[in-house]
Ligand binder design. Structure first.
Ligand SMILES: [Zn+2]
Length: 435
């Protein structure tokens, strides 16, 4: 395999999925109680959530294996959900192993906080503000509204007929939503508008206060984020691209917090400290990994490697650290070194899909297609529903001279993938083998 081939395979995201659905029309806005044109039903919101969230979590190096921490996030999150405009949604709350500073929600209420943001907060009221804001995105149905807007735009520019014509299985509007609904997990997280943010802030503040959390927590959370962004803009890049921050948001929170009663925060602070103790113990490691990731983004691999090595010296079995080191090695073409870190990562977090994906691709680079295939099969068992895995299994089978199995995988991939470089390659192989 050439280096170019490797990069091409490595570049296949482990989370590229399509969302589709049918139309529903007018719905009652849960927040205002007014009718609102909504082309995504609640069932679809939940279905999209269930389909995408596991892939995003794996992209973020899996759920933190700390039952106490996750139970604590759930407890604080549930207190907010209970007083929200959509208490019946299937909310869930987890910490993920990513080091960047962010929190996000899927439209059904599956939420995650990165360990990066959890170690930068120090109070339950801040956590309540964060989860309150995310809950506001769910109750105001911001994802469904954006999807509706995109579909209306597609109709307005005449996209419907073209899109509908492309799909035999779907017709009319469904065809259109199939086309515009082709969002990757990343795209589902992509930017809310400023007015969405304003609304989520206001709802979040109401909910957290109603649930008994001090409103100043919202002000402190925003102050922390603003502070961090002036010191270390890289760590917050993704957070601000999904949740645009502004001094206006900060000032509004300050003004609105004053309209609510305040609560004593001593106990909440203690609870937060107790329940995040395991994470806070490795805060320096998380910060070092953050800095290494910033080096990686600038292609300064030897600087990144030094930082990852330092982090792994502190916490040798850190799953995220091991995978970052492996990615840093593969970026430098050092596949044998990467293999060692990938094996350690697989042992550190058995069954977590990201290590299996990266390990499979690295095995292809090392010309070990059998081992690669075993990884991709394990990946699929643990995290089904990623069409890219079909392609990778096709490549592994092709390298094993197993043409029949390779054709089968390539054929299924071509049907699902749309027009990608990989699909063109697969189609070309199929054609060559048929003739
Ligand atoms: Zn937001």
């Amino acid at each position: 395999m050439t280096r170019r081939d490797f990069l091409w395979l490595a570049g296949m995201s482990s989370a590229g999925l399509a969302a589709s659905g049918s139309l529903v029309g007018c719905a009652t806005d849960p927040v205002t109680g007014q009718p609102r044109l909504m082309l995504m039903s609640e069932e679809e919101e939940v279905a999209i959530d269930r389909e995408h969230a596991p892939h995003q979590f794996s992209n973020d190096y899996g759920v933190v294996q700390d039952a106490r921490l996750n139970a604590y996030l759930t407890e604080v999150g549930q207190s907010i959900a209970a007083v929200s405009h959509r208490p019946h949604m299937p909310y869930s709350y987890q910490a993920v192993n990513a080091n960047y500073v962010n929190a996000y929600t899927f439209p059904g209420g599956t939420m995650a906080c990165t360990r990066g943001i959890l170690v930068d907060m120090d109070d339950e009221a801040e956590l309540a503000a964060l989860l309150g804001h995310e809950t506001g995105h769910v109750t105001a149905r911001h994802t469904a509204r954006r999807q509706t807007q995109q579909l209306l735009t597609a109709i307005a520019i005449g996209g419907v007929t073209i899109a509908a014509g492309q799909s035999d299985r779907l017709s009319g509007y469904s065809g259109a939503i199939y086309a515009v609904g082709a969002l990757s997990a990343g795209a589902l997280l992509a930017s809310y508008s400023r007015s969405n943010e304003r609304e989520a802030d206001a709802l979040g503040l109401d909910y957290m206060v109603e649930a008994g959390h001090d409103p100043e927590g919202m002000v402190d959370l925003m102050a922390m984020l603003q502070n961090l962004s002036s010191r270390d803009p890289n760590a917050l890049e993704l957070m601000f691209s999904t949740h645009p921050m502004s001094s206006e948001r900060f000032n509004t929170a300050k003004r609105q917090a004053r309209n609510h009663p305040s609560y004593d925060r001593t106990q909440g602070r203690e609870r937060y400290m107790d329940n995040t103790a395991n994470l806070r113990r490795i805060r320096p490691t998380i910060k070092t990994l953050q800095a290494g990731e910033a080096d990686m983004a600038r292609e300064r691999y030897s600087d990144a490697e030094t930082k990852f090595a330092q982090a792994l010296k502190q916490v040798p079995d850190d799953y995220c650290g091991l995978l970052l080191m492996a990615q840093c090695q593969t970026a430098q073409g050092k596949h044998r070194e990467a293999d060692k870190y990938l094996a350690e990562a697989k042992a550190a977090y058995p069954g977590e899909a990201k290590a299996l994906h990266l390990s499979g691709v690295n095995h292809l680079a090392l010309n070990r297609p059998e081992a690669a295939l075993a990884d991709f099969e394990a990946y699929e068992r643990n995290l089904p529903g990623n069409p890219n895995t079909l392609f990778l299994k096709g490549v592994a089978n092709e390298n094993m001279q197993n043409r029949r199995a390779a054709s089968e995988h390539y054929r299924r991939y071509v049907q699902l993938a749309g027009d990608t470089e990989q699909a063109r390659y697969a189609a070309q192989r199929l054609q060559a083998w048929e003739s």
